[in-house]
Design a protein around this ligand. Structure first.
Ligand code: ZN
Length: 251
């Protein structure tokens, strides 16, 4: 069978998505994409798999289908630390997200907060980097989701104001050292310069629709085109079946 890309990041009705598992599988088949489900597993997302017991039910449901079993965990939340080993081993891949950035004060700035943050963009971006570095050090995940997502108030600022060379270098180094893949998100597309830096350093890339609806799920043509433009070979794009998982005992 010819190579097919994997959409490592799609949500269903188990969290804040609109589709059932069957519908995700069907849609991916239409687009010639390998499906996976990666719902929010967190205490801090409004509609999420929000307890160890719920995570157990979620994985048991996914195991009924021919679908890759992922999960998107908030770094700033504690639930990922609470899952027992035997449950972790049933995921094919796990995704870590910076849905909030931790400030030196211990306060958090949420990515989707409507309140303007109380700090300047410079300070926010350093806190973003330090949070990412901590995520990479401590979180057992295979992929970091939408790594360039910043809080709403700063989202429209010019790339060069957000991402200096030093910040990009440290960012890429943290992912490389931890062997975590960089998600090229269709929903929050990263700027190509940063992805190129990651690829050149030897960081693996992963494709993610971050899809919640029929139009979005498995829509990974743009991320795939970016990976190919940067010279990544198809078979080197993250596929849990081929590359395994840091968090899963070998079969
Ligand atoms: Zn997310």
């Amino acid at each position: 069978m010819s190579w097919q890309p994997v959409d490592c990041h799609a949500q269903t009705v188990f969290s804040d998505g609109a589709l059932t598992i069957e519908q995700v599988i069907e849609r991916a088949a239409e687009l010639n994409v390998v499906p996976s489900v990666a719902d929010h597993i967190s205490h801090d997302v409004a509609r999420a798999v929000d307890s160890v017991e719920a995570a157990r039910r979620y994985i048991a449901a996914l195991e009924q289908y021919d679908v890759l079993r992922g999960g998107e965990f908030c770094w700033h939340d504690s639930l990922w630390r609470e899952l027992p080993e035997e449950l972790v081993a049933r995921f094919t891949h796990r995704i870590g997200s910076l849905h909030a950035v931790r400030l030196a004060s211990g306060d958090h700035v949420h990515a989707f907060s409507r309140r303007p943050p109380s700090i300047a963009v410079e300070d926010y971006m350093w806190a973003h980097l330090e949070s990412l570095e901590t995520l990479a050090r401590e979180m057992p995940v295979d992929i970091v989701a939408h790594p360039t997502l910043v809080t709403l108030a700063f989202r429209k600022l010019p790339i060069d104001e957000l991402w200096t060379e030093e910040r990009e270098e440290r960012f890429v180094e943290a992912l490389f050292a931890a062997d975590i893949a960089f998600e090229i998100s269709n929903r929050y597309p990263p700027h190509e310069r940063l992805v190129k830096r990651a690829v050149d350093r030897g960081v693996r890339v992963s494709l993610g629709s971050d899809g919640h609806t029929l139009e979005q799920v498995a829509a990974i043509a743009a991320p795939l085109a970016m990976a190919r433009r940067l010279g990544v070979r198809d078979e080197d794009i993250y596929d849990p079946r081929r590359h395994g998982s840091r968090t899963r005992a070998p079969a």
